[in-house]
Design a protein around this ligand. Structure first.
Ligand SMILES: Nc1ncnc2c1ncn2[C@@H]1O[C@H](COP(=O)(O)OP(=O)(O)OP(=O)(O)O)[C@@H](O)[C@H]1O
Ligand SMILES: [Mg+2]
Length: 268
């Protein structure tokens, strides 16, 4: 076990990304978002979800995965957004357990006929497309065909496009309006407040077995400013701060520890 974990009486690295889907931090704002996503897929609607880097978009998808009943939904997750059309559909086929034909048209037909089969079995496919701001333009154009394909009357699948705020800008372009108009739910993860950052730190430290405060309120305020709303940066800076404080044999992470670390980074 690492020295800093022992020093603070932590059972595990508190800010690791390896957190179980069911253990994710879901304050009311994030819970409301997951509720909306569940509602959207239950209505067989499609969604666009945007937010700044590290704000917790992918984690919200993981929370959705753990909320949806296994029976009735078939989720596929893809973060390989830069692929061309054929490889893009191939990876979705593979994720669904289908043997993907080599030819682009055949891949699309195999996928759509499988989606229709699922519809007959009352299983609703949900394609989670992460990093969607990176999708090639040809894919954005084709996605509307996928949502449209023979079934404009009846939604046989939901697409959840997730990405940075520029995804929204791209969707608003005239050439993507027909796809955008099919995304009934347009959700955004707002930047975290200082209180959110404090709650997040406390939540994750409690999960790792520490009930008492380790970060002083000044240190939390500074960490919040430095992370610019990114929980990934909170994780990184908070872990580094715990290590520094442990080396200095301190039981509290105070403002000066965060400060000295940030100024060390800036001097590099
Ligand atoms: N709800 C949450 N519960 C616990 N940890 C979280 C949560 N949301 C985010 N995190 C932490 O923050 C890190 C970054 O979150 P996540 O990967 O979800 O952000 P993102 O918005 O998808 O980022 P990017 O724009 O870079 O893809 C996670 O690895 C995790 O450690
Ligand atoms: Mg992500």
């Amino acid at each position: 076990m690492s020295v800093y974990l022992k020093h603070f009486g932590l059972n595990e690295p508190p800010f690791s990304k390896e957190i179980e889907d069911t253990d994710l931090w879901l304050p009311p704002s994030k819970k409301a978002l997951v509720d909306e996503l569940v509602e959207a897929v239950e209505e067989h609607a499609s969604v666009c979800l945007t937010g700044d880097p590290g704000v917790g978009k992918t984690s919200v998808l993981r929370a959705l995965r753990s909320r949806l009943p296994q029976a009735g939904f078939r989720l596929t997750y893809s973060h390989n957004a830069t692929l061309g059309r054929r490889d893009f559909y191939r990876q979705i086929c593979l994720a669904l357990g289908l043997t993907a034909p080599a030819n682009a048209g055949c891949v699309f037909r195999a996928l759509t006929s499988y989606v229709e089969d699922l519809g007959r079995e009352h299983i609703h496919p949900v394609f989670l497309l992460d990093e969607a701001h990176l999708l090639q333009q040809v894919m954005l154009e084709h996605l509307h065909v996928l949502l449209n394909y023979e079934w404009d009357r009846k939604a046989l699948l939901s697409v959840i496009l997730v990405g940075l705020p520029e995804l929204q800008d791209r969707l608003e372009l005239r050439r993507n309006r027909s796809l955008y108009s099919r995304l009934y739910y347009r959700l955004n993860i707002d930047p975290h407040t200082p209180q959110d950052t404090a709650d997040y730190l406390q939540y994750r430290l409690r999960r790792a077995g520490v009930q008492t405060e380790i970060f002083t309120s000044d240190a939390v305020a500074m960490l919040h400013e430095a992370a610019l709303g990114s929980l990934r940066d909170v994780d990184r800076v908070a872990t580094a701060a715990l290590k520094v404080a442990s080396r200095r044999r301190r039981k509290l992470v105070e403002r000066d520890t965060i400060e000295s670390m940030l100024s060390a980074v800036h001097e590099d």
